[in-house]
Design a protein around this ligand. Structure first.
Ligand SMILES: C[S@@+](CC[C@H](N)C(=O)[O-])C[C@H]1O[C@@H](n2cnc3c(N)ncnc32)[C@H](O)[C@@H]1O
Length: 273
């Protein structure tokens, strides 16, 4: 089918087909994510079929099933039992198990104890946090030592992940501020002291080249903490220079102050907006 023939209902049919496909149905992906990708890819290809193939490829990268997942339902059952037993050590141990299930958080396990003190040394202890494209990172809360009054909003487009995070927040006596939202299509408008945007900016660039600039500009936060991996997943390639360039090119002309906080696998750019 040629793309010129595509009507609005036909685009919606494509959206529904992809969202309900065998690969993605259980994730309940936001329709706006798939629609956004389709509208970007259609003008780039002669045939609808080619555009859909390109959308599938990008979706695979956005969702990144290869980074790993826990068993979401079982994890909620286990967490609930551990909180009933009121054993904080076992809860913390189980949080480690959850963090270990996803490549981004797994890589951070060895530095968890030093990670947050070094970030908050620069930002101060935040009274409000946005965790953007959070993945399983909110399970690092026991290491953050935040005051109970600090608000914590966690955004992701993966519905089972957000459901588990909200179950965890409730067990922690925190409001269930896990938000199921595509933050690129709809950047959060919530104000906060600090935003974490960890290990996702380079993937945003793959989804839509240059998109980080408007996204970072839109965020209503005092400190934007962007982190990027300094090695590829295979560990073979040093990505430090490439990712430094990404950050400094993104904020070119904004005159934002940047403090770099280096860790073993990850470089954090603490941007004072
Ligand atoms: C590479 S993981 C990073 C996880 C976490 N920030 C960390 O460093 O531990 C990327 C996460 O971002 C989510 N994600 C990707 N694009 C997103 C978007 N546009 N809006 C919300 N979440 C998104 C994915 O579902 C996944 O959970």
């Amino acid at each position: 089918m040629s793309k010129q023939n595509l009507s609005q209902p036909e685009i919606e049919d494509l959206v529904n087909t992809l969202v309900n496909s065998k690969k993605y149905a259980s994730l309940v992906l936001p329709k706006e994510t798939v629609r956004d990708l389709i509208l970007q890819e259609l003008p780039r290809h002669k045939q609808v079929k080619q555009a859909v193939q390109a959308v599938r490829k990008k979706l695979h990268n956005v969702v990144a099933p290869y980074l790993g997942d826990p068993d979401y339902l079982q994890s909620e059952i286990t967490l609930t039992r551990l909180y009933q037993d009121k054993d904080q050590d076992l809860v913390k141990e189980y949080c480690l198990e959850i963090l270990d299930q996803h490549a981004s958080t797994k890589e951070r396990l060895a530095i968890l104890d030093e990670f947050y003190p070094r970030l908050f040394e620069v930002t101060g202890i935040p009274t409000s946090i946005l965790d953007l494209a959070c993945g399983l990172h909110p399970f690092g809360l026991p290491w953050m030592n935040l005051p109970a009054a600090t608000t914590y909003f966690a955004y992701d487009l993966h519905q089972p992940r957000i459901n588990l995070i909200n179950a965890f927040f409730k067990l922690e006596n925190r409001p269930p501020n896990g938000v199921y939202q595509d933050i690129l299509v709809q950047p959060p408008t919530q104000q906060a002291d600090v935003a974490f945007f960890f290990k996702e900016a380079h993937r945003f660039e793959q989804r839509q080249h240059g998109c980080n600039r408007d996204f970072w500009l839109a965020l209503q936060v005092k400190f934007l903490l962007v982190s990027l991996p300094i090695a590829s997943l295979s560990g073979k390639h040093d990505l430090t220079d490439k990712h430094r360039r990404l950050v400094y090119e993104t904020i070119q002309g904004f005159h934002w102050e940047v403090t770099e906080i280096p860790f073993k696998n990850e470089l954090v750019f603490c941007i004072r907006k």
